[in-house]
Design a protein around this ligand. Sequence first.
Ligand SMILES: *Cc1c(COP(=O)(O)O)cnc(C)c1O
Ligand code: SF4
Length: 345
Amino acid sequence: MIPAAPIAVQPAALPHTPVAQRWQQLWREAVRDSRELLALLGLEDAGLAISDEAAAQFPLRVPRGFVARMRHGDPNDPLLRQVLPLDAEMQPMPGFSLDAVGDGAAKAGNGVIRKYRGRALLVTTGSCAIHCRYCFRRHFPYAEETAAAGGWREAVALIAQDHDIDEVILSGGDPWSLATPKLAELTDALAGIAHLKRLRVHTRLPVVLPERVDDALLGWLRSLPWPVTVVLHANHANEFDADVDAALARLRSTGATLLNQAVLLRGVNDSVDALAELSERGLAAGVLPYYLHQLDRVQGSAHFEISDEAALRLHRELAARLSGYLVPRLVREVAGDPGKRPLQP
Ligand SMILES: *Cc1c(COP(=O)(O)O)cnc(C)c1O
Ligand code: SF4
């Protein structure tokens, strides 16, 4: 922590030791072992088909605060199911590929995905505080493709050149896994680009590690010259608790608009009750639903898939039950499409 008043006796020549922020420490303390996770939940003997092979391909990672929101002793807990590496992931399934959303083909430069009109999506980092088993990230070759490489220079140059871009979307991985000064380095460079009108951040961190929403992040958000939209990612009402509520209230205090996107996942949120509760619980925290995604068909995620017919039926029932603004748009991402495609009967 930086002391509020300058300390006169501090010799200037002392090497500067960076102090890890609290959220970074909590990040490092995440659970990374399936057996430890099961033990924490009293599920050692529950007969869950955990897979070391799946964990070797995409390691288990889940912050302890998120584990605390899982139900003790419930092998079907909807939060546990999102993170536990299972045998089912290793069964090859036709139609499930490595680059299901065509990001490989749409890449315009170093970490910049220019797929949709007016919007440039930056792959800012490959890191996430949590590893979601259904995610395309498990196969995406990040190492050489993040926009943060080289002080963001290539990404900023691409955006500056292209006057059609009025919105920059920070994505990843999770952009808020970057330290705040690194984010400021990008937005300082973008602030000089007159055709930019909006900034968007796609992040799961305020939900899975609410401590990330600290004073430095809030100060950065308040300093930005554009309207900011934060698109969160929660799939189940149980992902919200008092700490998450407080983090989202802090975010809203900066003037940011908060939206949520969820993925339809078998065994997690594939019921009208679960989806209605998710929308209502989000609203209670100041978050409006945005998208409900049909699963991207990435290898290892087939056991989460719900048929289009079932997805459409759920969505119809949800619309019949909830206020219009609590009903997310049901979409599928299709490689080469000019936007997210609404699911059609
Ligand atoms: C989803 C997505 C966007 C944003 O689309 P919206 O419909 O505006 O939310 C932009 N670029 C890429 C590559 C995307 O996948
Ligand atoms: S990118 Fe999002 S969905 Fe994928 S692992 Fe990271 S937090 Fe989870």
